[in-house]
Design a protein. Sequence first.
Length: 224
Amino acid sequence: MNRDWNEIKTNDSWAVFKIMAEFVEGFEKLGKIGPCVTIFGSARTPDNHPYYKMAEEIAAKIVRHGYGVITGGGPGIMEAGNKGAQTEGGKSVGVNIILPFEQSSNIYIDPDKIITFDYFFVRKVMFMKYSQGFIVMPGGFGTLDELFEALTLIQTKKVGRFPIVLVGSDYWKGLLHWIEEIMLKQEKNINEIDLELINVVDSATDAVAVIDSFYSKYLLTPNF
């Protein structure tokens, strides 16, 4: 059915209430969970892939260090993160999104800690607000979206700094080379100090060590 401009804009106005409801549900549920680290990565990574195994190991170590684990709630790396957390008896949180393909909730999320959103931007606020650190595994556009959202908000001081860890130097080296050589040195679109916001590791132990070291260095407790 064809709709005119006024009908479209009227529907936009009513959508505000749906957006508000998603924010309220997210704040109420996640605000009770306590300090967590978010693990990002591809929904397409199979469970026999080394990155899946590493994400699972990282999540298990995070739980042993006193944090819960938040993921996007779907398959692939997200499933690995929730599986590692649940296996260790830690808090396993899923912040899911309704998509026409790929995304369905994995079975390793605590039943009382799964939230499903329609709006990506609401979901991103939840990641930013309730995470004490980001572990970024190899992924696609969605993973990059979350990574650069965090870097932008920290760079512009819209949020307090928190650790951002890229796992898999082979995967990330092309992007990081471009950021340093083109974005920084050639075009001067960022400052050299901005590169210090990114940590690159190749093991689960080093990934968790970055989180622990950050909060020890800045004399912060793992909670906002």
